[in-house]
Design a protein around this ligand. Structure first.
Ligand SMILES: Cc1cc2nc3c(=O)[nH]c(=O)nc-3n(C[C@H](O)[C@H](O)[C@H](O)COP(=O)(O)O)c2cc1C
Length: 210
């Protein structure tokens, strides 16, 4: 038993070294909240990691917000991923639990999509893939973006937390004295990579005041 546990720790360390990871598959969703740049920066960060494949689903509203909020065309964002899926294609491989995934991240995640996931209303591929990720007990990170929040939003967040999801709003940190928008975005992306135990230099580690 002890040998097995040790083997598993060593194997994990090997799999997540600076050189890359051992064949990881991560599903990335971008939904129609403000802050689609978080999804773009996340895909860029994943792309730098060897042997990590990304499976991208962009909602219809996000497709409109991407060119509005960033200088990028949707096609360019899609090129950052290993594979892109049509949100209406419920027959896609990632719709099934038999299609292995290591994790799923939705950044940013709208209240609408979050609420659908909280209730397993699998009316599109993005929600279905998230539901499958939960049922297969893999990490599901939701970068929910809305403010202020009413009781219903908070109740869904609590329900999702109880179901195993990680609610991670894109709250900025200021202890590293950000000067640009990217300085604000990077730490949030880095914290997602931290949770997934992926190597990154995006987070400036707090070392104490003294
Ligand atoms: C410019 C813009 C910004 C929006 N920002 C948010 C937001 O921050 N959070 C949110 O929950 N909805 C936001 N919405 C509304 C969603 O786009 C809308 O609820 C949509 O139905 C979400 O669908 P989706 O989850 O499939 O992308 C925004 C809409 C627009 C046009």
């Amino acid at each position: 038993m002890v040998v097995l546990a040790l083997y598993s720790i060593l194997d994990k360390t090997k799999a997540r070294s600076a050189e890359g990871v051992k064949n990881m598959n991560i599903i990335v969703g971008i939904t129609g909240a403000t802050g689609v740049i978080y999804g773009v920066r996340l895909l860029e960060a994943f792309k730098k990691i060897k042997n990590l494949e990304t499976h991208l689903i962009i909602s219809d509203n996000a497709r409109e917000i991407i060119p509005h909020e960033t200088s990028m065309k949707v096609k360019k964002v899609e090129k950052l991923a290993s594979k892109t899926y049509d949100i209406n294609d419920l027959s896609a491989a990632i719709s099934s639990g038999s299609c292995q995934r290591d994790a799923m991240v939705i950044a940013p995640c709208t209240i609408k999509t979050m609420s659908l996931i909280a209730n397993s209303i699998n009316l599109n591929l993005l929600v279905r893939a998230a539901d499958v990720t939960l049922k297969e007990r893999k990490p599901l990170i939701l970068m929910v973006r809305e403010t202020p929040l009413h009781y219903g939003h908070l109740k869904s967040m609590l329900q999702l937390t109880e179901m195993g999801a990680i609610i991670m709003p894109p709250n900025p940190v200021f202890y590293h004295k950000p000067e640009t928008i990217d300085d604000i975005i990077k730490p949030s992306i880095g914290r997602i990579l931290d949770i997934l135990e992926l190597p990154n230099k995006l987070v400036k580690r707090w070392e104490g005041l003294r």
